[in-house]
Design a protein around this ligand. Sequence first.
Ligand SMILES: Cc1ncc(C[n+]2csc(CCOP(=O)(O)OP(=O)(O)O)c2C)c(N)n1
Length: 367
Amino acid sequence: MILVENLIKTLKKNKINFFTGVPDSILKNFSSHVENFPKEKHVIATSEGSATALGIGYYLSTKKIPCIYLQNSGLSNAINPLISIASKEVYSMPLFLMIGWRGAPRKEDEPQHMAKGKITPKLLKLLKIEYCILRERKDLNKLEKIINIANKNKSIVACLIEKGTLQIKNKKRKSLNNKFIFRAEFIKEFLNEVPKKSKIISTTGYTSRELMEIRKNNKLDNGKDFYMVGGMGHSSSVALGYAIQSKKEVFCLDGDGSMLMHLGALRTIGYLSNKNFKHIILNNNSHESVGGQLTTAGGVDIKKLSSSVGYKNYFIIKDKKNIKSKIKSFIKAKGPSLLEVKINNGSLKNLSRPKNLKKIKDQFMIN
Ligand SMILES: Cc1ncc(C[n+]2csc(CCOP(=O)(O)OP(=O)(O)O)c2C)c(N)n1
């Protein structure tokens, strides 16, 4: 166990004062410590690639090492700027990566995390990124050594952190918003209305888990689901790829964090203009699945955004008032259409996780 306060103290002692990244559940106590820092000290990025680039900019501007934090699944988003800009063979820049290690050996985790967890140390070795594993307080010495190496060699270094390692002294309580509808309430209404033969592609985290749970518990079997247990930010592109080749109605159940991660996909959707493409953004202005850290979706006018990239229709649901008729209108309208659902933070308890993934895929692919 390591106290976040001690981790931050060690980083500060070693002149690391700027943090940028994409939130992760393993690092949520760390997030909670840095979340209110001013923008010169902390930036929540939309993707791990952007976080790396922000860190590179910070280094160019200050000559100091940035801390770039991420879940190991996002390491692949970061690899492009890491290798093609920051690596020793290119510009040789000192960067420090703090990586939440999902699927670490001997820790039980979901299949997508086990797959990435197993190769994470190998990937770092391949990328010639020196790393240490932080498990207990004395490992903070290893952290100092790694940072010295980054400084001396102008190189990228990393630490891996497993589930349950980071604890915090002063836990701040998050206030829950109750103004809007809950995700689960919307999903249930939606499943009641969705056409029988439609296809639903749902994003990473609670959205896919709630969709699966609500179907199961209420025996709602209209439409077939494909759960994007990984590949955060890509569910709309998967849905588009399907829709282009099909006459079926295709629905993407997306999150605001996920939408922002690969925002460019929206323009491809608008540009291709498939009538059967229907996009639902469940907007809670946060990364709820990994601890509720804010996204920057709150300041986005999604109506204007969607029309400017070429969507044909925009709908909004904030509460249960007229929800059935609003969902019906959205389903009926010719796409590409976007339905923004303003939701509260708060999810169903004891959610199960999609397990038999190959079976889920096979069932989805049956016409
Ligand atoms: C590439 C990548 N980075 C980070 C994560 C960790 N992660 C899983 S769900 C999630 C939050 C997604 O936020 P949003 O799409 O708004 O959905 P919500 O959790 O609020 O339902 C994050 C950051 C991940 N799975 N993949």
